[in-house]
Ligand binder design. Structure first.
Ligand code: SF4
Ligand code: SF4
Length: 158
């Protein structure tokens, strides 16, 4: 079953990447598939529709469950990032407070590779953040704030 779910997730990601203008070759590279499989998928062949339905449910889970379940299914961090970035419908804005002590725990924690250390302070690339909040729980100084924002960049909570 997991293999079929990965196929369903890759199908949804492939459709979204096609809409974004990526070629089948680029999609095949991004999702670690061969080009003919991408072509079959985009033509609705070699796929179980049940798997696509379940994969759609996975993409609609909360950000953390979507990320961790996808990672567990694919067993591949790069493919997971591609699927999350392509299928995640929410956007987030990350802020680091001055209380950051530069311990780096959040850097090692972030599966999306959204966090770097600069001058011993954490910096989060909001565009790369999927809102899983794992870093928020990990931070020993409560220095990370992640807020969901509208697609046009306006903060819903303001
Ligand atoms: S919430 Fe934190 S751990 Fe999760 S993707 Fe964003 S920066 Fe990375
Ligand atoms: S875990 Fe917290 S204190 Fe440590 S680097 Fe990240 S934001 Fe800073």
């Amino acid at each position: 079953m997991p293999k079929h779910l990965v196929s369903g997730l890759k199908y949804i990601a492939a459709v979204n990447l096609t809409k974004q203008g990526y070629s089948q070759k680029e999609i095949a590279e991004a999702l670690d598939m061969n080009r003919s499989t991408v072509s079959h998928y985009l033509n609705g062949r070699n796929l179980s529709w049940k798997s696509i339905e379940v994969a759609k449910i996975i993409t609609e889970m909360c950000p953390r469950d979507f990320l961790l379940l996808t990672h567990s299914l694919t067993q591949n961090t790069e493919i997971t990032r591609t699927i999350i970035r392509t299928c995640q419908k929410k956007k987030f804005r990350a802020t680091i407070r001055n209380s950051c002590i530069g311990c780096g725990l959040c850097v090692d924690t972030c599966l999306m590779k959204a966090i770097t250390l600069r001058d011993l302070k954490a910096h989060i690339e909001s565009e790369m953040c999927c809102g899983c909040l794992i870093c928020v729980e990990m931070c020993p100084t409560n220095s990370i704030e992640i807020k969901e924002v509208e697609f046009d960049g306006n903060n819903r909570s303001n």
